[in-house]
Design a protein around this ligand. Structure first.
Ligand code: ATP
Length: 308
């Protein structure tokens, strides 16, 4: 799957702005970004649920939306939670979903439904009414719906959103096992930890723009270490850090300074020693490595929910 210059404007706001995604076949691809960064809008365009203002979408071996009829039957999707009928059983829900798809044959419906239930580990609860399902089970039922036909690509929008740790684990394991079967999985999330555990490649959205894309290792390698100093002596600390060749920035609070360790060979402990030597009252000192988390915070700004 690929997009080029994909853009969606709502009035003057560009919810998705010139996005070039490259999702290689067979990967579990994480589409990461804070709430409101444009993930759902992008996914809706990929699936032909919304039109693009400009740009191209290549989905499997077709162009969207032109080839929607040919390619969409090979794409399973879960967007914004499944619309489940609460008073029907899990199986009856899937039978309805299957019946609503005009590409399916009624003769093989039961077989397809049972296979999908089995695939997501819901066979034992097939007869239970869906309102008695846990959130994780509901979400797996939604994924079962996406799996009613053989799929080459699965597009899942925040499949673990709102789930408890157990439900999250269930869905995460399911996604991994789907990819073991050779299906390409494109999964969005606002949680870095989530994506790190499931995905091999990721793309990061921030305010409608794609700000990074690559394998986890590639993105880790692009990060730089930082120091973070908490001190009431803000201007003295600023002077010392600048003297060391760093570019300190005030970070949210008045008493916190952060700086990228951009000087080769300069170690965090030397920075701390220099501050203490200059009588700066250091209340907190933190050195962070080139972790993905740092990189994401740097790329997407503050307020990005990295831990959950
Ligand atoms: N139909 C619409 N009309 C106007 N603005 C919209 C519409 N849909 C989305 N937006 C705006 O586009 C931006 C991106 O929204 P989008 O839902 O794609 O983000 P997201 O990354 O999926 O976030 P979330 O995780 O909250 O769904 C937001 O600012 C949103 O308010």
């Amino acid at each position: 799957m690929e997009t080029h210059g994909l853009t969606k404007a709502f009035g003057r706001q560009k919810a998705v702005d010139d996005v070039d995604l490259t999702v290689p076949r067979g990967t579990v691809f994480g589409f990461l970004g804070p709430n409101g960064s444009g993930k759902t809008t992008t996914i809706r365009m990929l699936l032909g649920l919304a039109s693009a203002s400009s740009g191209d979408i290549r989905l499997l071996d077709g162009d969207m939306p032109k080839d929607a009829r040919a390619v969409l039957p090979r794409v399973g999707a879960l967007v914004e939670g499944p619309a489940i009928y609460p008073f029907l059983s899990g199986r009856a829900n899937l039978q309805r979903f299957d019946a609503a798809d005009r590409h399916t044959s009624p003769a093989t419906r039961d077989k397809r439904v049972d296979a999908a239930l089995e695939r997501v580990g819901l066979s034992h609860a097939a007869r239970k009414r869906a309102h008695a399902y846990s959130l994780g089970m509901k979400q797996r039922l939604g994924i079962a719906n996406a799996l009613l036909a053989p799929r080459d690509l699965l597009i899942l929008d925040e499949p673990t959103n709102g789930l408890d740790p157990q439900g999250t684990r269930e869905v995460r394991n399911l996604i991994r096992s789907l990819s073991d079967d050779g299906t390409t999985v494109f999964v969005s999330s606002h949680l870095l930890a989530e994506v790190e555990q499931m995905c091999t490649r990721i793309a990061i959205m921030s305010a409608g723009r794609l700000v990074a894309q690559g394998t986890l290792d590639e993105l880790r390698a692009e990060g730089t270490a930082h120091v973070r100093v908490t001190t009431p002596d803000h201007s003295d600390a600023h002077r010392v850090l600048t003297g060391l060749g760093l570019t300190p920035e005030r970070h949210g609070r008045d008493d916190v300074l952060t700086a990228e360790l951009s000087v080769p060979g300069l170690l965090p402990e030397s920075v701390n020693a220099a501050l203490v030597h200059a009588d700066v009252r250091v209340r907190g000192f933190e050195a962070s490595g080139a972790s993905l988390e740092d990189r994401f915070v740097a790329l997407t700004g503050e307020g990005f929910d990295v831990a959950g």
